[in-house]
Design a protein around this ligand. Sequence first.
Ligand SMILES: [Mg+2]
Length: 375
Amino acid sequence: MRITRIEVHEAELAYAGGVYRLSGGREYRAFDATILSLHCDDGTVGWGESTPFGSTYVAAHAGGVRAALDLLAPAVIGLDPRSHDRIQDAMNTVLTGHAAAKTAIDVACWDAHGKAAGLAVCDLLGGRIAGPVPVISSIGSDTPDAMRASVARHRKAGFRGHSVKIGAGEAEGGPALDAERIGACLADRQPGEWYLADANGGMTPESVLRMMAHLPENTDIVIEAPCASWRETLSLRSRCRLPILLDELIQDDADLIHAIATDACDGVGLKISKQGGLTASQRQRVIASAAGMVMSVQDTTGSEISFAAILHMAQSTPRHLLRCALDPRSMVSTRIAEFDAPVINGGATAPDQPGLGITPNPNAIGAPVAIYEGA
Ligand SMILES: [Mg+2]
């Protein structure tokens, strides 16, 4: 089985909620998606996607993904898509870094592998663990009352995990407002619910410690990505009574090993395109498991294709370490593919079909913007 052709498509994914706000005044209205089809000599077609969360989340942007594919795609033509590590080697031979771009090819290879083997991707990733995967809500920064209402809406829909966005500027209300937001979100807490307060690297140790001073002693919440740098994170860690989960700071194997060696956190957000695809995410899942870290399986954002990769990874992640998965479909209003994995009572189950189980809609992805073929 050999890769013979790769086609690259562009699609704009509109943000479903109007404007998505993150710490530091970052705003997102739409996401530029790169969708890729990988064609093999036996007729198998695999699909992959890479949709960076704008250009100010991590060091990745959509134009960079497509420019990088210009180097990466020719390097994997002629290779066996089932040899995931060798595909990584070939990509690393022509380009250092650029995890987001490598993800589109890597995920398409897993889809093709599954289709050729007649197995769902979660079965290739170590095997399906029965039962739905808990999906987490995303509670955007707003007034405390509005955030409490958003948690209530998600609770009603069956969600048990809630990610509360924090990181208010001083002029806006600062650490006191963030503590108020957390208090409001936890006010109606039900047994079995799990809460993250995600600062997306937008706070300093000083602001997190001040926020914590406003929270009751017994507040049960995990602080996610409090600070932008390792120095700040480690300084906070030594003085923070709450568990810490790192996201943006852990982008590759070395970051994860550094986090373990310095005991910087209790959990990690594995985002498929941030880590470099399913191959890298699977490897990092093993490392995180060995360290006893909990995991939140996500992507930066994306369509049904991105969610399919997330869901197959989460479906095969040991349940005592899997805190939640993110459904990026809830963030975008554009539909790119059919994917039969509805969120029911706050959980979703990876379908049994071979590969990712997605069927792209040709009208939504349009004509290819680039085609790569063997000589
Ligand atoms: Mg996060």
